[in-house]
Design a protein around this ligand. Structure first.
Ligand SMILES: C[S@@+](CC[C@H](N)C(=O)[O-])C[C@H]1O[C@@H](n2cnc3c(N)ncnc32)[C@H](O)[C@@H]1O
Length: 266
C-alpha cells in the first residue's frame, strides 16, 4: 500500500513544502530529517564583483521561522506514532543561539516532545568554518542538530553503540562540494538515520536542497521522499540518487538555471 497519497516513495518533487506536505497521509513517515533555511540572509562580501547575491532559499530570519512554524503541525501529523523530527539549525554568537532557541521552542509548541533524556540535541563540528567574512565575531564552525519525537517515546536510538553529542563531520569541500550553498555531509545524515530509524522506514526531507539526506537514506536502506521549491535542487538531487550527477551537471544550461532561480522564495 502506498501511504504517501500523491507521491511515489523514493522520489523527489519540486514543491513548496507547505501545500506539498498536505498530500501526505497521516502517520506515514517514520523520520523527518531536514535542514530548514536558517534565515541568515547571508551575503558574502568576497564576491569578485562586490557582495554576492543572498543564498537562494535562505530567507530572512522571520521568513525562515515562519516557514518552520507553518510546517510543524504537518510534520506532527504525517509522522507515525513515536516518529522523530530532526533538523540542523544555526549556532554561533549570542543572537544566533537565541534564534536556534526560537526554532526549538516552536517544536515544543507544536506538540513535539523534547525531554533531555532521549531527545538530545547535538553540536555538529564542521571541521572548518563557514560564513567567515561576516563582521560579527568568531567564525562559525559549529551548528546545532535539533531532535524531537512525536509522543513520549522511551528511547529513540537504534544504534548498537551510543555516540557523544558532539558530531564531527567535515563539511563538503573540494570536489564533494558546490552542489548547494548549505550542502550537508552525507555521513551526518547516515548516522542520524541509523540512530533514529530502522531499515525500510520512510525518511522525509521536504527541503532537501541537493539531496544529501536523501542520498544518506538510500545508502542506509530506507525509503525516502524529497521536496524542494527549487527545480534546480530537485534535478541535482535526482542526479545524485540515480548516479547520473555528472551528466545532469553537464546538461544544465546556465540560463535555465538562472531562470529556475527567478522568483524562488524571497
Ligand atoms: C538549508 S537548504 C538544504 C540543503 C541540503 N541539506 C543539502 O545538503 O543540499 C534548505 C532548502 O530549503 C528549500 N526551501 C526553502 N523554502 C522551501 C519551501 N517552502 N518548500 C520547499 N523547499 C524550500 C531551499 O530551496 C533550500 O534548498
Amino acid at each position: 500500500m502506498n501511504h504517501l497519497a500523491a507521491y511515489k516513495p523514493d522520489s523527489v518533487y519540486c514543491e513548496d513544502a507547505r501545500p506539498g506536505l498536505k498530500e501526505i497521509l497521516d502517520g506515514s513517515v517514520q523520520l523527518i530529517l531536514t535542514d530548514v533555511p536558517y534565515g541568515q540572509g547571508y551575503v558574502s562580501n568576497r564576491g569578485k564583483n562586490g557582495p554576492t547575491d543572498p543564498i537562494e532559499g535562505d530567507l530572512t530570519f522571520d521568513q525562515a521561522l515562519g516557514l518552520w512554524v507553518d510546517l510543524l503541525p504537518e510534520f506532527y501529523r504525517v509522522l507515525a506514532p513515536w516518529g522523530v523530527l530532526i533538523t540542523t539549525a544555526p549556532f554561533g554568537n549570542g543572537a544566533l543561539l537565541n534564534q536556534t532557541n526560537c526554532f526549538s521552542l516552536a517544536m515544543a509548541e507544536a506538540g513535539f516532545a523534547r525531554p533531555h533524556d532521549y531527545a538530545v540535541d547535538y553540536v555538529w563540528d564542521k571541521g572548518h568554518w563557514t560564513t567567515g567574512d561576516l563582521k560579527m565575531g568568531p567564525m562559525r564552525q559549529a551548528e546545532i542538530v535539533l531532535v524531537a519525537t512525536k509522543g513520549e517515546r522511551s528511547y529513540a536510538w537504534h544504534a548498537e553503540k551510543r555516540a557523544g553529542n558532539v558530531l564531527r563531520y567535515t563539511r563538503p569541500m573540494g570536489k564533494d562540494a558546490g552542489l548547494h550553498p548549505s550542502q550537508k555531509p552525507v555521513q551526518l545524515g547516515e548516522d542520524l538515520i541509523e540512530w533514529y530509524s530502522q531499515p525500510g522506514d520512510l525518511v522525509l526531507d521536504p527541503m532537501c536542497g541537493s539531496g544529501s539526506f536523501l542520498v544518506a537514506a538510500q545508502t542506509m536502506g530506507r525509503s525516502y521522499l524529497g521536496m524542494d521549491i527549487s527545480k534546480r535542487n530537485v534535478v541535482i538531487s535526482l542526479g545524485r540518487l540515480t548516479g547520473t550527477l555528472p551528466e545532469v551537471l553537464a546538461d544544465m544550461d546556465s540560463e535555465q538555471v538562472d531562470e529556475d532561480r527567478q522568483g524562488v522564495l524571497v
